[in-house]
Design a protein around this ligand. Structure first.
Ligand code: ATP
Ligand code: MG
Length: 421
């Protein structure tokens, strides 16, 4: 076949689709329990939203965005993450004027031009949460707890929570100086991109994926060494809350995250099951992003989790087979008059919430019964001339083979009683 899906994109269907629906259902219930409401933002935004929001020294903005100019000469980008878009919506609809906090979640396609590999695609999907309007560590703890609870409900155990604090603007300024001094001494050993970033945004250097660079960054000074009193207290309180909620964590000063907007708390849930693509969920606090995008000071905290990676890790750890997809009933027929009756009956059953299927391919009776098996129908029946004449049908339970006779004109109610109790 000449036309194929683009590299780094995937069709989701069949059993895989059922897995996704199951995970999405778990997510919707989870967010309900934590009192988060769903938001859907458009698939594309003005490019400058991401350049400003995500940061123009990040990998995402530098190398990974799907950007284009549309027919109206607008510079547009397919969203490479959703936080900036949600912040835009939060501001545009004056959500900050409402009672706070504002607690939102999304499940969204996300686009990054990357080298595709297991757990890394060009169109992937993120589940994320954003909580606006609170600078309290209780908000950070709640957001982390959503991630932790999700993993628990998915049956994922081999994941570690790593937390760190990047401090506020004051601590960061101090840290940037210390870090610049350190990096200055390693200059020759670092890649050209690191050398360039060193001046503009030294923290980005720590996030470099080049193993050669990482070797020389091992004993870089950490932000934790330069945290001011307030940020330290915030970080300590967060740890206390996590302990109170029985959420195990490790403090890991190497977590800096690949986006520019983080302040104070950053965290990642990391799995050992999927190699290099081990981060299933990452997030943190972003007290300055709303200001940067829309000139309002609103503190916020959130995370993004990769749906594909969640599903890969879940499959690796917890391979209980999916429950069989069943249908309540298959109604077959012989002859044109019976066909009309079957179509009517199937349609009436569907109106009352019963999953019913019939034949659309003029199959023989034998082939219709085979089809009923194939779709895992729990019950089946065939309407033929004698059934029409007697106005009654023989309903067969597929597994046991047991049959009962039911008057055709009371069939919908009778069958409803059988399957719905
Ligand atoms: P990585 O270091 O793996 O590139 P990242 O730091 O770029 O991840 P974030 O921007 O924090 O990732 O996005 C949040 C989550 O989205 C990641 O933890 C991961 O689970 C998922 N994710 C990121 N990029 C991809 C991708 N290209 N394909 C599939 N999932 C992805
Ligand atoms: Mg990345």
């Amino acid at each position: 076949m000449e036309l194929r899906a683009l590299k780094g994109t995937k069709d989701i269907f069949g059993d895989e689709m059922r897995k996704w629906l199951e995970v999405e259902e778990i997510i919707r219930n989870l967010c309900d329990d934590f009192c988060f409401n769903q938001i859907r933002t458009p698939m594309f935004e003005f490019t400058k939203l991401f350049a400003r929001g995500v940061g123009d020294t990040t990998d995402i903005v530098n190398k990974e965005m799907y950007s284009f100019v549309d027919k109206g000469e607008n510079e547009i980008t397919l969203k490479p993450e959703s936080t900036a878009a949600v912040v835009r919506a939060f501001l545009e609809h004056n959500m900050y004027a409402d009672t706070q906090p504002t607690k939102l979640y999304y499940i969204s396609p996300t686009f990054r031009y990357e080298r595709p590999q297991a757990g890394r695609q060009r169109q992937f999907h993120q589940f994320g949460v954003e909580m606006f309007g609170s600078d309290s560590p209780t908000a950070d703890a709640e957001v982390i707890s959503i991630g932790y609870t999700l993993l628990k409900r998915l049956g994922i155990k081999k994941v570690e929570l790593h937390i760190n604090s990047l401090g506020g603007p004051e601590c960061r300024k101090k840290y940037n100086e210390t870090l610049k001094a350190f990096l200055g001494e390693k200059r020759e050993n670092l890649c050209p991109l690191c050398q360039e970033r060193m001046e503009k945004n030294p923290l980005r250097v720590l996030d470099c994926k080049n193993p050669e660079c990482q070797k020389h960054l091992q004993d870089a000074p950490t932000v934790l060494d330069t945290l001011g009193e307030e940020c330290m207290a915030h970080f300590n309180q967060l740890q206390e809350l996590l302990k109170a909620m029985d959420i195990p964590f490790v403090v890991d000063p190497s977590i800096v995250r690949g986006l520019d907007y983080y302040t104070k708390t950053v965290f990642e849930f990391v799995s050992n099951d999927i190699g290099a693509q081990g981060t299933v969920c990452g997030g943190g606090r972003y007290d300055r992003l709303v200001d940067e995008i829309g000139g309002k000071h609103v503190p916020a905290v959130g995370f993004g989790a990769g749906m594909e990676r969640l599903i890969i890790v879940r499959d690796a750890e917890n391979n209980a087979p999916l429950a069989l997809a069943t249908k309540d009933i298959f109604i077959g027929y012989r002859g044109d008059a019976a066909m009309v009756e079957a179509i009517k009956l199937v349609n009436n059953l569907r109106q009352v919430g019963i999953s019913a299927e019939t034949d659309h391919l003029q199959r023989s009776i034998k082939a219709q019964m085979k089809y009923a098996n194939k779709i895992n129908a729990r019950y089946s029946m065939i309407i033929g001339e004698s059934e029409l004449e007697e106005r009654s049908v023989r309903l067969k339970e597929m597994e046991s083979g047991d049959e009962v006779t039911i008057p055709m004109d009371q069939f919908v109610q009778a069958f409803k009683n059988i399957v719905q109790g």
